[in-house]
Design a protein around this ligand. Structure first.
Ligand code: CTP
Ligand code: CA
Length: 229
């Protein structure tokens, strides 16, 4: 199969991709963050554009330059990411949640820098849950036939945990990465299995993130059942 510009199979489609990792501010100089580089999300954006899609990329803290021909929305926190995803998803044929969304945020934001006290003690940071964006968009699809894709990095029982998560989230596809030593976070290459709600399992060998991205679009394209254009 020849992919890319020679086969604009996503022409007339609007796809929304989230990329990067959210940051949850603690005070003006500190945040809770994660190690997501955003590279997989950008690979998804580039490959979708090459296949003819209109692409909205919602980016959190990647520092990566905006790809040509892609609408980029810059956000930082999980709450901001949710707002941007819900807005863009309203007229999307597919939504791919490649971003690492913080599960928790500090319950309170200190407007001044948190200082050490003379008693040698340390503060306790109380956390609250962030909204689950993937579960929310899957539960209330903005359009019938909208295809929703999640990503999950798992360290143990990768397939069993992936199947569980796919069911819990209610999405159509879940890309499951096994996280280990030089795998996935910040790496240029990846290895994964794409699980589908209809039972299909597509292994993707270790290789460039573009290859995984193209496999995702190969699986998304035939599942988009709304009319083209
Ligand atoms: N996700 C999301 N909103 C959240 C957390 C996660 O939309 N608040 C999305 C991620 O973008 C990803 C998918 O859900 O596509 C799976 O993320 P993961 O962290 O693996 O799922 P969790 O339900 O948070 O499970 P865990 O407790 O294992 O972290
Ligand atoms: Ca999580």
């Amino acid at each position: 199969l020849v992919r890319g510009v020679s086969e604009p199979d996503l022409a007339g489609r609007h796809v929304v991709i989230s990329a990067g990792g959210t940051r949850e501010p603690l005070d003006p100089v500190r945040y809770l963050g994660n190690r997501s580089s955003g590279k997989q999300g950008y690979a998804l954006a580039r490959t979708a554009a090459a296949r003819g899609a209109r692409v909205t990329l919602i980016e959190a803290n990647t520092g990566i330059p905006d790809p040509a021909g892609v609408d980029v929305v810059h956000v930082s926190t999980a709450v901001q990411l949710r707002e941007a995803v819900l807005k863009a998803a309203a007229d999307a044929d597919a939504v791919v949640m490649a971003a690492a969304v913080a599960d928790f945020r500090p319950a309170e934001y200190a407007t001044g820098k948190i200082k050490k006290k003379d008693d040698g003690g340390a503060p306790t940071v109380e956390l609250v849950r962030n909204p689950d964006i993937l579960a929310e968009i899957s539960a209330g699809r903005a359009r019938p036939g909208q295809v929703i894709v999640g990503f999950a990095a798992e360290t143990d029982d990768v397939l069993a945990n992936g199947r569980d998560k796919l069911r819990r989230k209610g999405c159509d596809l879940l890309v499951v990465n096994e996280v280990g030593e030089r795998k996935t976070f910040g790496a240029e290459a990846s290895e994964a299995v794409v699980l589908a709600a209809d039972g299909a399992e597509t292994p993707v060998p270790y290789g460039p993130k573009e290859d995984l991205a193209d496999t995702v679009w190969d699986l998304v394209a035939p599942r988009m059942t709304t009319g083209n254009g």
